[in-house]
Design a protein around this ligand. Structure first.
Ligand SMILES: Cc1cc2nc3c(=O)[nH]c(=O)nc-3n(C[C@H](O)[C@H](O)[C@H](O)COP(=O)(O)OP(=O)(O)OC[C@H]3O[C@@H](n4cnc5c(N)ncnc54)[C@H](O)[C@@H]3O)c2cc1C
Length: 212
């Protein structure tokens, strides 16, 4: 089978950037285009709820250096969303209306935070945490906040609670399970039992019904 001439990757996160780098690493010589909604070049997400949110660092861990994409002939378009895919015509259209032909298409669009289906759940003053800009905005809000409510006591919720506490805020975590981190840790959860009251001042069990 002949090598595809043009590969388009939708999504400029770890998976999209990793795929582009792997193609070049394996000697692929065709065109590689990466479309990514995020305005920054690809970065790792874990520091966003840890060092960056705590204020220990101001930059994320970049997946690759600034010049890597140009040096490896990877056409990275950061800050540009794909808005339409035509499978029959093998075309991706971006938000500016430009159409990109492909021989192979990789969708690496990741996931996004769920908003809450409760009254007030769409208020613009609420924060979610997924991107570098989300993390910087949240850090700045923690620095100014007297009281913080965090919905969800999974990994990201508990890490955010610890960061808010480190910034001096009074923190309440609302969690529908009776224990934090149970879905993530299962039986190991017993190891962290008792820590919740240390990291967050209050852990409230229950479903959130409205935000005002
Ligand atoms: C705050 C946080 C902390 C985390 N900490 C850890 C950790 O400690 N350990 C761990 O193992 N995992 C952690 N994770 C999870 C892990 O980092 C993710 O699993 C990983 O980043 C997934 O990479 P991805 O490329 O598949 O998706 P994503 O990182 O979601 O990237 C997908 C990209 O596609 C873009 N995109 C979506 N739609 C379009 C479109 N139409 N056009 C163009 N671009 C589009 C998005 O903007 C996004 O940039 C964390 C995640 C978060 C959010």
């Amino acid at each position: 089978m002949s090598e595809p001439k043009r590969i388009v990757i939708v999504g400029g996160g770890l998976a999209g950037a990793g795929a582009a780098a792997s193609l070049r690493g394996r000697g692929y010589q065709g065109e590689v285009l990466v479309l990514g909604t995020d305005p920054h070049r690809p970065y790792e997400l874990p520091p966003l709820s840890k060092g960056l949110l705590l204020g220990n660092v101001d930059e994320p861990d970049w997946v690759r250096g600034e010049n890597f994409y140009a040096e490896n002939d990877i056409d990275l378009r950061a800050g540009l969303s794909a808005t339409r895919i035509e499978l029959g015509g093998r075309l991706v259209t971006d938000e500016n209306g430009e159409r990109h032909r492909y021989d192979r298409l990789l969708l690496a669009t990741g996931s996004r935070p769920r908003t809450l289906p409760v009254p007030g759940g769409e208020l613009p003053s609420l924060h979610t945490l997924r991107s570098l800009d989300d993390s910087l905005a949240l850090r700045s809000a923690f620095e100014r906040a007297g009281k913080v409510v965090i919905v969800g006591a999974g990994w990201i919720g508990t890490e955010a609670a610890a960061a808010a506490r480190a910034h001096g805020a009074e923190v309440t975590v609302v969690e529908q399970d009776t224990l934090p981190l149970r879905a993530a840790l299962g039986a190991l959860q017993a190891l962290v039992e008792g820590r919740a009251e240390v990291e967050a001042e209050t852990l409230k069990h229950g479903d959130l019904s409205a935000i005002g």
